[in-house]
Design a protein around this ligand. Structure first.
Ligand code: BDR
Ligand code: CA
Length: 329
């Protein structure tokens, strides 16, 4: 990374235990320049998401990053939280202090528009939440696409879902928003469940982080150690979750993607919210019989160097990642 300027990024999140891990990484990686954070309803209600996000940034020593409140519900669906995974406060009920500052005086769509257009280089958007804010942004201010490098979103699944048998939570929560983002004409990378679940930080490292005297690293350890009450396994290792998507922006070589047609299933019923990924090597009978569908190509993550990202995460939150320009990494 010799001589490279940090990549300007914006995170849109529903903080959220693993969104918090993503924020902690983003503000500490020297190759990333976190310009703003948007908040959206998802894991918990949007006002709690705002509080959680502000607290995390303060604990990480990044209290100056602008944060804005966004959509309080999906475009069509009602909001459906994930407190059984993330705790009643969306942050593992760790009894963290309330934030000292308030969010920006504008909504998330206005903040994101401003930050994208004001940046002197194209910005990478990293949504780690339902895509409501990003869909509203792209529909309200389509001119932002001229200064978006790409969108790397955590969401979707090639194989198994989590919210339903086939749908991943972020896409299931607001399928119409996901469909808008995938068809907006911006390069999109899908960091889906297939890779999301694979990156874990080993238990001894989690323990070391929890015992750190430094607040940001200590918070990362407490978040990694969090287990929702429905989780029964004893494994004390901690999953990176959303933070893996941010690792893949800082270090793209650890992620294997294939450019594939992807379509969000918007029909009512058991497959609503599924990301249908076409991995067939050749056209099938449907196409041969004239049933062509227009599908956008998405860079779909199919494999990941999990150990590489776990090591990168640790080095970054513990302040051991070399700065751009300080020599080969
Ligand atoms: C996604 O859902 C949320 O619970 C997590 O924060 C993550 O963004 C995983 O399906
Ligand atoms: Ca999330």
């Amino acid at each position: 990374m010799t001589g490279r300027r940090p990549t300007p990024v914006i995170i849109d999140c529903d903080t959220g235990v693993d969104d918090a891990l993503a924020l902690l990484f983003a503000v500490r990686h020297p190759g990333l320049d976190l310009r703003a954070v948007g908040c959206v309803a998802g894991n918990t209600d949007v006002d709690q998401v705002v509080r959680n996000t502000l607290t995390v940034l303060e604990q990480a020593g990044a209290g100056e990053v602008p944060v804005a409140r966004g959509a309080e519900r999906p475009l069509i669906e009602p909001p459906r939280h994930a407190h059984h995974v993330h705790g009643a406060d969306g942050m593992g009920d760790l009894r963290l202090p309330a934030p000292a500052r308030r969010p920006a005086g504008v909504d998330a769509v206005a903040l994101l528009r401003h930050e994208i257009l004001a940046c002197d280089r194209p910005v990478t958007l990293i949504p780690t939440a339902p895509l409501t804010n990003i869909a509203l942004l792209l529909r309200t201010h389509p001119e932002v696409t001229r200064n978006i490098e790409r969108i790397v979103f955590m969401g979707g699944a090639v194989a198994t879902g989590n919210a339903t048998a086939v749908a991943e939570f972020n896409v299931w929560h607001d399928p119409e928003a996901a469909a808008i983002v995938l068809t907006a004409g911006v390069p999109v990378t899908m960091y889906g469940l297939d890779v999301f679940q694979r990156v874990t930080v080993p238990a001894p490292d989690v323990r070391r982080l929890r015992e750190s005297a430094e607040p940001g690293a200590r918070l990362a350890g407490r978040l990694l150690a969090h287990r929702g009450p429905v989780t029964t396994e004893e494994d004390p290792a901690g999953g990176l979750g959303d933070a893996g998507a941010v690792c893949s922006v800082a270090d793209p070589d650890g992620l294997t993607t294939h450019r594939l047609p992807v379509e969000v299933n918007l029909a009512p019923g058991p497959a609503r919210g599924q990301t249908v990924v076409d991995r067939r090597p050749r056209p099938g009978e449907a196409e041969l019989h004239g049933e062509m569908r227009e599908q956008r190509l998405v860079d779909v993550a199919l494999d990941i160097d999990a150990e590489r990202y776990a090591a990168l995460y640790l080095a970054t939150v513990e302040g051991r990642t070399p700065s751009p320009g300080s020599g080969p990494s």
